[in-house]
Design a binder for this molecule. Structure first.
Ligand code: AR6
Length: 234
């Protein structure tokens, strides 16, 4: 979170999430650590919209995986993002994370478009995750379409250099070229594509409601995502 005037103005807003980021900014100043130095991964809830994964089960897995990785982050943090204040997955995760006493400076939720977190929300996130498709192609709706559109063709080219496809449960870290609008406008230096389990019979490789497989693939997906983020930190 960058402590700019823009952010300070936004921090006056009413949302709980924004207030949380205000506390973070203040905390960082008190600790004499520049807020610019906080490396932040913003991630959407993988598989719970187009891929129709059950929200209760997904929220358990998000909290479990955040708890597993949060202490390895040192000066970095994780932010779960969704588009609306009415997001079911955000409220489930918030409640469950609070019960587990997960440090709210290291992990919190935020309402906003993941491609405009800094310009619209004042939240500086240098790494964002994408709920990708197996072909790693633009389009298809949801967060994938939004990220590829906002990043411009540079993301597709950079992605191709790293991988041509993805297996469910896997992730690929893509450094974003510095001429991408997502880099220049939002300060995003890396996109991590993640392929989650698909429960939607209209999409490829549907698991047909097999939540044994589905939960295990979703756990793998978050492990791959957070491991990828740690690899950027080191
Ligand atoms: N900013 C923040 N969160 C968003 C945004 C956004 N711009 N757009 C959607 N979300 P989804 P999936 C939230 O459907 O279920 C694509 O077509 C959304 O509310 O994007 O993993 C791909 O090509 C939800 O909480 O991903 C794949 O084929 C979360 O992001 C397929 O969808 C994930 O929703 C992947 O489906």
């Amino acid at each position: 979170c960058k402590g700019t005037t823009k952010e300070s103005l936004l921090l006056g807003a009413a949302s709980k999430e924004v207030k949380e980021s205000e506390n973070l900014a203040k905390g960082s100043v008190d600790a004499d650590v520049s807020v610019d130095e906080i490396t932040t991964l913003a991630f959407p809830s993988i598989s719970t919209a187009d891929f129709q994964f059950n929200n209760e089960k997904a929220s358990d897995i998000i909290v479990e995986k955040v708890e597993e990785f949060v202490n390895m982050l040192e000066n970095a943090r994780l932010v779960l993002v969704d588009l609306s204040h009415g997001s079911k997955i955000l409220s489930l995760v918030r409640a469950k994370a609070a019960k587990r006493n997960i440090d709210s400076k290291k992990f919190f939720t935020f309402v906003g478009d993941i491609t405009q977190l800094y310009s619209q929300g004042g939240l500086r996130c240098n790494v964002i995750a994408n709920a990708a498709n197996w072909r790693l192609k633009p389009g298809g709706g949801g967060v994938n379409a939004a990220i590829f559109t906002a990043a411009g063709p540079a993301l597709e080219t950079a992605t191709k250099e790293r991988a041509n496809s993805l297996l469910p449960g896997h992730a690929v870290v893509v450094p974003l070229p510095s001429d991408s609008p997502l880099y220049t406008r939002e300060g995003v230096s890396h996109v991590i594509h993640v392929l989650g389990p698909n429960m939607n019979p209209q999409r490829p490789n549907s698991l047909n409601n097999d939540y044994n497989k589905g939960c295990s693939i979703l756990r793998e997906a978050y492990t791959s995502l957070f491991t990828g983020f740690l690899s950027i930190l080191r």
